[in-house]
Design a protein around this ligand. Structure first.
Ligand SMILES: Cc1cc2nc3c(=O)[nH]c(=O)nc-3n(C[C@H](O)[C@H](O)[C@H](O)COP(=O)(O)O)c2cc1C
Length: 164
């Protein structure tokens, strides 16, 4: 089974977690790039509104073709209680191509950990439940030392890989 970590990150927290997960799994990773400018106060407000309203956005064509992977480990920041527009766009337009049996896992970074609405939304988009879900707090990424929180998630991914 081939694993791919794909993530969107505006300010680097989700990227740090993604890179660590990919290195623990020894698998490929790819960044989802939002072509919309999310910088500055207007970018921030637009980001929150677009996530709240479940909008799609324009994303760059991915470097890695997801149809070559059986398990996609998807990382997103939480914006306004939701997954980001870039990840929503990837899950809607890119990931479903040629992979009906694919499994998914979700990790997110946010100020607070209980993000049930976002997890439900993710499940709706992938038409099933993620094989594992991980929440990492913004403050823990910034302070460092979040790595110890990843092992249970990585173990769940490896056992779902074995289950085929
Ligand atoms: C527009 C916007 C909206 C946000 N909304 C939430 C939220 O509703 N709940 C929360 O816990 N964190 C929220 N956050 C905090 C981010 O989820 C958190 O800082 C995250 O780690 C950022 O990830 P990144 O550095 O990969 O972009 C929000 C951040 C932004 C920029």
């Amino acid at each position: 089974m081939r694993l791919l970590v794909v993530y969107y990150s505006r300010t680097g927290n989700t990227r740090k977690v993604a890179e660590k997960i990919a290195s623990l799994l020894g698998c490929d990773f790819d960044e989802i790039v939002d072509l919309k400018n999310r910088k500055g106060p207007f970018g921030f407000l637009g980001a929150g509104y677009s996530a709240f309203a479940r909008k799609l956005t324009e994303i760059r064509a991915p470097d890695k073709d997801p149809s070559a992977y059986d398990l996609l480990v998807v990382g997103t920041p939480i914006w306004a209680g939701n997954i980001t527009p870039a990840v929503r766009t990837y899950l809607t337009k890119i990931a479903p191509e040629g992979a009906p049996q694919r499994k998914y896992a979700l990790f997110y970074t946010s100020y607070s950990s209980d993000q049930r609405k976002a997890v439900r939304d993710f499940s709706t988009l992938i038409r099933g439940d993620p094989v594992a879900t991980l929440s990492v707090l913004h403050k823990d990424v910034r302070a460092g030392g979040f790595e110890s929180r990843l092992q249970g998630f990585v173990d769940a991914l490896l056992s779902s890989e074995k289950a085929g």
